[in-house]
Write a protein that binds this ligand. Structure first.
Ligand SMILES: [Zn+2]
Length: 113
């Protein structure tokens, strides 16, 4: 419940979040997902081509394309989502994710234990 978050130094409530981890995580995740999706695309293309072979050479081409596209799409999206989620956890628990726009003080979530 951080609805009334305020700066521990000057008590200003003009607090911004930096979200470095989330942004970096999303970028890294998307890159990892794209790399993974390249492998998935190959697998998908192979599976699609194998299935398409039953319907003949034209079916093989379309099957390969569909399989590759699906693999790339799912890999990139899943990687970005996973990376963002991990980065958000890092932001919240590891990094000082809050910055006061009044005095510039940077601070993390208060440990209320
Ligand atoms: Zn402040």
């Amino acid at each position: 419940m951080n609805t009334s978050l305020s700066c521990p130094r000057c008590n200003s409530t003009r607090i911004t979040t930096r979200d470095y981890g989330r942004k970096a995580g999303g970028a890294v995740g998307a890159a990892a997902g794209a790399a993974g999706s390249a492998a998935a695309a190959l697998g998908g293309a192979e599976a699609g081509a194998a299935l398409g072979l039953i319907a003949g050479p034209v079916g093989s081409i379309f099957g390969g394309l569909a399989g590759g596209l699906l693999g790339a799409l799912f890999g990139g999206a899943a990687g970005c989502a996973a990376g963002s989620a991990v980065g958000e956890q890092i932001d919240t628990h590891v990094l000082d994710n809050y910055a006061c726009s009044a005095c510039g003080h940077v601070f993390g979530k208060q440990h209320s234990s």
